[in-house]
Design a protein around this ligand. Structure first.
Ligand code: DX5
Ligand code: ZN
Length: 218
């Protein structure tokens, strides 16, 4: 199973987002994680589809768009048209989960389903056959730079047990100190904001994260 590192643009310089995306591509990132927050689903506001569209012109990285919004159904088409290649939404959002999965898929986009730290893993298990990826949040969504929650690891293991070949992403507090633990539990896609954009040498940071995860996954 391949290891993918998806640096989160949230930890980059928002005044020069295009350059940040291009820079992280040159540093060897596998994907680019783009955090969309609506100020309603989470207490923070970041960016919308017009920004994703502008970023699309600046990099060829795979766009891993994390929708922390109450109504993904309403905005899915805008984000796919803007260049999103994976749209991950939350099982706790206000739209119907099966309907939202179907809508994203019918737009020709890959679908990810995420759950917050207080949401039991059982809520997403019935949808595993319909999604391309599960994102187990390892912090409360809304802000970068928070501490990794090791008590989320049983959820990661449960998803991996139920779906041996699924892309399984973790997001929040992933660093050289925590990535091996997440990989041991079964994750293979790692979002890292501060650990990559905050590093003096982001290329070395990405390489280190990848090596640590690969040493577990093989
Ligand atoms: C948090 C976001 C994360 C965030 C991770 O709500 O979903 O993607 O950028 O940042 P770090 O890696 O700094 O915890
Ligand atoms: Zn995220």
């Amino acid at each position: 199973m391949s290891v993918l590192i998806s640096p989160s643009l949230l930890a980059g310089d928002f005044s020069r987002m295009g350059e940040e995306a291009a820079r992280i591509e040159r540093c060897g990132a596998d994907w680019l994680h783009i955090d969309v927050m609506d100020g309603h689903f989470v207490p923070n506001i970041t960016l919308g589809a017009p920004v994703v569209k502008c970023l699309r012109k600046r990099t060829d990285l795979f766009f891993d768009v994390h929708l922390m919004i109450s109504h993904p159904l309403q905005y899915a088409e805008d984000f796919v048209k803007a260049g999103a290649q994976m749209l991950t939404f939350h099982v706790e959002c206000e739209d119907d989960t099966a309907e939202t999965i179907e809508a994203i898929r019918s737009l020709g986009c890959r679908v990810g389903l995420s759950l917050k730290p207080n949401t039991p893993v059982e809520t997403i298990l019935p949808f595993l056959p319909q999604v391309d990826m599960v994102l187990v949040m390892t912090v409360e969504p809304g802000f970068g730079g928070q501490s990794f929650m090791p008590d989320m690891m049983p959820k990661v293991s449960a998803v991996r047990k139920a779906a041996p070949d699924l892309l399984l992403q973790v997001d929040g507090g992933i660093s050289a100190k925590t990535i091996a633990q997440a990989a041991e539990s079964g994750a293979n896609v790692f979002v890292a904001g501060s650990a990559v954009f905050g590093a003096a040498d982001p290329k070395a940071a990405i390489e280190e994260l990848k090596t640590l995860a690969q040493s577990v996954i093989g």
